[in-house]
Design a protein around this ligand. Structure first.
Ligand code: PHE
Length: 495
């Protein structure tokens, strides 16, 4: 039988009949380990070597597990509160309700307490296998489940049933050895002359014409490589940029620190409007004031519009606008501040205009799986005398189509738009629609003072983090900002 030179080298190295692995055979043959793997796969189909699949499972502590390893499992903490025995009512007073709820369930499941007539008694307080494993994991950080004792493996199973206590990851282990057939074949090996590489010489001399080519085997297992790559969030941000650029938009940008004028006043948001409230907005102590380009030219019209509608025909908000409040500095609460500033610099000759901006915005939100105090928005406007509400919906639909989401619109309210809609995308896994931002046509009360003339302005500001998390299969947007190396390595980022 004719073999490829790599096959010959590998089979010779294995002729002692012992188990080997890619690294070992690679150093023995001088071939790189992917070449070894390829040769192994060919030799396997010829039954010259055997290579049983083995999966190695690695276990480490999850967030909750780290906590438990430090403070003890809830049932241990509860047990400590019980002492020898205790009345249930008194016990409930001694621990927080979470510890009681989780701990009590586990103590009963483990069969280490009795509970009758309102009295809880401990029957066995010895350390359990799962506790031992937690401590071991805290010390060693990682363990290979395959190498653990039966009892320890059962403890892994037990901890797996609890949420976020341990993390498991699988790794394929590759080992191989020559079969009898392979060992006897290795004594009389011949190198075949089929080609695996086409060289310039072979092409110019037409020498390739009488040769056989070795076919590719695309099913050969190669070791995963984890080269440095961009963070998945950055990749998605670039994708968003490309989508808007491909629709003919140009990018504009602005500052994180903005005046209340651009963030609110210019957007017809009354000075006593609840969104300005401290609960939502981060006001800055320093700088307490900021320069507002174009302010001298703009403030009077903005003030009049707020107070009485100015020349727009609206009644305005009917209050006394206070100039000093518009200097107050904020961390921009939306990218609409960028849009407002840009709009004020346009003149009729610049039209039609299509621009977008992409950047962080800041709100004083409590953290949870779908809220972050700083998050990305992608914002855009179309300033065109022929623009319509339908155009707005189709731009948004096109954007979400390209991101791979089904979108629908529902009516909404913003102080600066009329009509207003909120796009929502479908979250397949939860069977839920989730809202993602706002859009609408800027009111004349915004356009007239800033532009100086009337023109339809289509506008939107969309939350980015939630869609990106969904796209990456994350159920919690906070995970976008956790440097989980394993996740970063394994997440596919593609363009
Ligand atoms: N600024 C709004 C928000 O942050 C979104 C929006 C932008 C709404 C433009 C309408 C027009 O939620």
């Amino acid at each position: 039988m004719e073999l490829h030179p790599h096959e010959v080298k590998v089979l010779k190295a294995l002729s002692n009949g012992e188990w080997s692995n890619p690294e070992k055979t690679s150093s023995e043959t001088g071939l790189d380990s992917d070449a070894v793997l390829r040769a192994v796969s060919w030799l396997k189909t010829k039954e010259f070597i055997e290579s049983p699949e083995e999966i190695r499972i690695e276990v480490s502590l999850g967030d909750e597990g780290i906590e438990y390893a430090k403070k003890g499992l809830p049932e241990r903490r509860l047990m400590n509160a019980i002492g020898k025995e205790i009345g249930i009512a008194e016990l409930k007073k001694k621990v927080d309700s979470e510890t009681f709820k989780i701990g009590f369930g586990w103590l009963r499941k483990k069969g280490v307490i009795t509970f009758s007539e309102g009295l809880v008694k401990i029957i066995d307080s010895s350390e359990t296998e799962d506790e031992k494993l937690l401590i071991l994991l805290k010390e060693k950080r990682k363990l290979i489940v395959n190498d653990l004792s039966k009892k320890e493996q059962e403890a892994v199973e037990q901890l797996k049933a609890r949420k976020n206590v341990i993390k498991l990851s699988e790794e394929k282990i590759i080992k191989f050895k020559a079969t009898k057939k392979g060992i006897s074949a290795s004594k009389s090996l011949k190198i075949g002359d089929s080609l695996s590489q086409l060289t310039p010489e072979l092409i110019t001399s037409s020498g390739w014409k009488n040769k056989k080519f070795r076919p590719y085997d695309v099913s050969v297992y190669v070791k995963p490589e984890y080269p440095a790559k961009k963070h998945p969030l950055q990749v998605e941000l670039e994708r968003i940029r490309r989508i808007f650029i491909s629709m003919g938009f140009s990018e504009i940008s602005g500052n994180f620190v903005e005046s209340s004028f651009w963030n609110f006043d210019a957007l017809f948001t009354a000075q006593d409007h609840p969104v300005r409230d401290m609960h939502d907005t981060f006001y800055l102590k320093k700088p307490s004031k900021i320069d507002i380009p174009g302010f001298d030219r703009l403030w009077k019209d903005v003030a009049k519009t707020h107070e009485s509608g100015g020349s727009t025909g609206s009644a305005g908000w009917q209050y006394k606008w206070d100039k000093s409040k518009s200097y107050r500095t904020v961390l921009r609460t939306h990218t609409t501040a960028v849009t407002a500033r840009y709009l004020s610099g346009l003149s009729p000759e610049d039209l039609p205009v299509k621009v977008f901006s992409l950047g962080k915005t800041f709100r004083n939100e409590s953290l949870d799986y779908k809220h972050l105090p700083e998050f990305y928005q992608v914002e855009g406007i179309v300033v065109d005398k022929n623009a319509t509400f339908r155009n707005l919906l189709s731009i948004l639909k096109e954007f979400y189509d390209q991101m791979g989401f089904k979108v629908r619109f529902r009516p909404a309210y913003f102080p600066y738009t009329e009509m207003s809609v909120e796009p929502e995308v479908y979250f397949e896994e939860k069977g839920e629609w989730i809202e993602l931002g706002g859009s609408g046509i800027f009111r004349p009360e915004v356009v007239r003072p800033l532009l100086g003339f009337d023109c339809p302005v289509l506008a939107w500001g969309l939350g980015v983090d939630r869609v990106v998390a969904l796209k990456l299969g994350l159920k919690d947007i906070r995970n976008l900002y956790v440097s989980d190396l394993d996740w970063l390595r394994k997440t596919k980022t593609q363009f």
